[in-house]
Design a protein around this ligand. Structure first.
Ligand code: ASP
Length: 335
């Protein structure tokens, strides 16, 4: 096995020259949801995203570049609830949210309520790099995107028939529940998706990003956890997290930050911290979902409490490893 290099930087164990990229495509997938052809297409898109991000890392680019590249591929793939293929709001629109954080500098960019930005993650990047702000929303965010030369598209670009049918089903269920005066079913798995990526570059710097259409049948103007730094995305010098799930619960528990805070303050191993928040605290509060977590030492975790989470990683062997369902085996880096 190749020699591994580590350094202790400001008290943090950091893996050097061992770039790693981890991603998810949402925890809203259950066995039986997809046809074999849809599974193949999703796996192929995950592999493409891993390769695109890893190519950046191999070329010596930063973890921020790798995360941006990987998420752009997932946003373009109609299989995932981000960019093209985003879920629909209650009033039949696509409203996109995103965020990006650079663990080395502590800088972040985020945008919410977008209708026309083709690749929301590129706007998060521009907000982080080119503005004085962290978060911009709606029309103002899109004006800034235009100023920055970021591609805008007709809102019809995001529409995918399968997502439209999911909205019709959700509206129907909602109507029936109201008519019979039964409490509305929990939004649950079929209503979310989201994509996220985390990277550790050759210099041991972490970054994380998340992009989403939110949850099917969300009310106009609803903002979930994905664009909220600390809820859906976090990256610092030792830990990075991207979440997917019922966003209200991720916001209330500051899920992504909470995982990294447990690593930093309580000295919890990354996998335990991620498991506690995702598989204990969030379900206890009534929510569900998953996350990916990556440590500066190269440790990874993929906790989720649904039947599946599109997920994968790529490391020094350059081979993309992907999985969808809970029962799918996924090798772990370095093991
Ligand atoms: N967390 C996202 C939201 O609540 C949904 C998802 O993960 O798919 O907007």
């Amino acid at each position: 096995m190749a020699q591994r290099h580590y350094a202790v930087r400001a008290g943090v164990l950091v893996a050097l020259d061992q770039p790693l990229l981890v991603l998810h495509g949402g925890a809203g997938v259950e066995p039986g949801d997809l046809t074999p052809a849809e599974e193949d297409a999703a796996r192929a898109a995950l592999r493409d995203a891993l390769k695109a991000g890893y190519a950046k890392l191999q070329a010596g680019a930063s973890s921020v570049d790798a995360v941006t590249a990987a998420i752009t591929v997932l946003e373009d793939a109609p299989q995932f609830n981000a960019g093209r293929g985003a879920v629909f709001t209650h009033d039949g629109r696509n409203e996109l949210d995103t965020s990006l954080m650079d663990g080395a500098s502590g800088k972040a960019g985020a945008a919410a309520g977008l209708h026309r930005v083709k690749n929301p993650i590129l706007l998060a990047r521009a907000i982080m790099d080119k503005s004085k702000h962290v978060m911009m929303v709606g029309d103002g965010a899109e004006t800034f995107a235009k100023e920055q030369g970021i591609a805008l598209v007709d809102p019809a670009y995001f529409r995918v028939e399968k997502r439209w049918q999911q909205l019709q089903k959700a509206l129907d269920e909602e109507k029936k529940a109201q008519a019979s005066n039964t409490p509305l079913e929990l939004p649950g798995k079929a209503y979310f998706g989201t994509v996220g990526a985390l990277a550790l570059d050759a210099q041991g710097r972490l970054a994380g990003g998340t992009s989403t259409g939110g949850m099917t049948n969300k009310r106009y103007g609803r903002v979930g956890d994905s664009p909220i730094i600390g809820a859906g995305t976090w990256a610092d010098d030792r830990c990075a997290v991207s979440g997917t799930g019922w966003g209200e619960f991720y916001i209330r528990s500051a899920a992504a930050h909470e995982i990294c805070a447990r690593v930093r303050l309580a000295g919890d191993p990354l996998a335990r911290a991620a498991d506690r928040v995702i598989n204990r605290d969030i379900p206890k509060a009534g929510g569900d979902g998953g996350a990916i977590a990556l440590g500066a030492d190269g440790s990874v975790a993929f906790p989720f409490n649904t039947g599946g989470m599109y997920r994968g990683w790529i490391g020094s062997d350059g081979v993309p490893h992907v999985a969808i369902y809970k029962t799918d085996a996924l090798a772990v880096p370095g093991k």
